[in-house]
Design a protein around this ligand. Structure first.
Ligand code: SF4
Ligand code: SF4
Ligand code: SF4
Length: 314
């Protein structure tokens, strides 16, 4: 074989990641929201069987990775995956493939269509170069947050705002019992009392009410910004509530624009660290210009998760 020089940086940007073995790469596939058709899955299995090691790896961000692919087979692998069917992902300082739980299609807890949101973000923003570091987006269908959206650069959780129509209430008490946040109690008049400051917008009261007395008056995403995992983890904090599904791409685009500008000259740094440096108000003010009805008046800094190990006895 001719001695071909491989530009590893460019390959990684295109989803081809060097392995330990000579000429061998992991090929990371683009699977927004972790969902694919059985036909696509079968196609990937055939390619993995033919060019790989006979197994695939499921990454923690819902990607399928083909293992032990020789770089001489890259063109054939891409062609057989089918350019229009199964694309290769990207790595590096870019917007990554968004993750999402199943959302509201079949999951009884789901409040919003996370799968649709993940597809839209993937289509419009995937691969956008940040110039600084990776940029991850994650969607959860409800405040349970199974996909750990709060540890993404932008994490979105489905949310609903309940409002009571007292005329329809039969004083059964089920809603107060179902609210695990202590946001509902039963009043002396036999009607539920709503403590808005404790509500996390889960919608359990709406689902459990036998008469439909609780109504959904707002639906959308709670948006947390500044989370990340890794050596210095941060939990993103709340910047906006009830962001409509059709404003998600624009909102994330606006967060990206602030990040790209504020991180100028800072090197390889995630947005959470830029917020720690700049304070929360700068990003709140920036977002408020285009999204005044959803952005909070104030928020707190991303929360540091202490990963310091206790001193070991010698
Ligand atoms: S976050 Fe909510 S909607 Fe998504 S999988 Fe978990 S419980 Fe279901
Ligand atoms: S939406 Fe959830 S947290 Fe809020 S009052 Fe209803 S059950 Fe309680
Ligand atoms: S569950 Fe519905 S009917 Fe029962 S107390 Fe609550 S609001 Fe009233």
């Amino acid at each position: 074989m001719a001695d071909v020089k491989i530009d590893l940086k460019n390959l990684k940007a295109g989803g081809f990641i060097k392995e330990r073995g000579k000429d061998l790469f992991t090929v990371r596939l683009r699977v927004p929201g972790g969902r694919m058709s059985v036909e696509r899955l079968s196609r990937i299995a055939r390619v993995a069987q033919k060019y790989g090691k006979g197994f695939v790896h499921l990454s923690v961000r819902q990607s399928i990775e083909l293992i032990n692919i020789n770089f001489a087979d890259f063109d054939a692998v891409v062609a057989e995956l089918g350019e229009d069917q199964q694309k290769v992902a990207s790595c590096g300082a870019r917007v990554r493939v968004p993750t999402a739980c199943g959302g509201c299609e079949y999951n009884p807890n789901g409040l919003v269509d996370t799968q649709q949101s993940a597809l839209e973000v993937d289509e419009k923003l995937f691969g956008t170069v940040t110039g600084h570091h990776k940029f991850k987006v994650g969607f959860a269908g409800c405040p349970f947050d199974c996909p750990k959206s709060a540890t993404n650069d932008v994490g979105l959780q489905g949310a609903v705002w309940p409002e009571l129509d007292a005329e329809e209430c039969i004083s059964c008490g089920l809603c107060a019992k179902s609210c695990t946040e202590g946001a509902l109690s039963m009043g002396e008049d036999g009607r539920p009392v709503f403590g808005a400051e404790k509500c996390i917008y889960c919608g359990d009261c709406i689902k459990v009410c036998p008469t439909g007395a609780w109504k959904t008056v707002k639906r959308g995403y709670s948006v947390r910004i500044g989370g990340k995992w890794g050596r210095r983890p941060l939990v993103g904090t709340l910047y906006a509530t009830f962001l409509p599904e059709d404003r998600v791409v624009d909102f994330i685009g606006s967060v990206l624009a602030w990040y790209v500008e504020k991180a100028e000259g800072a090197g390889r740094v995630r947005i959470g660290d830029i917020i720690l440096r700049e304070g929360s108000d700068s990003l709140l003010d920036h977002l408020r210009k285009d999204f005044p009805e959803y952005v909070l008046d104030r928020t707190i800094l991303p929360q540091i998760i202490d990963t310091q190990l206790p001193l070991q006895k010698q």
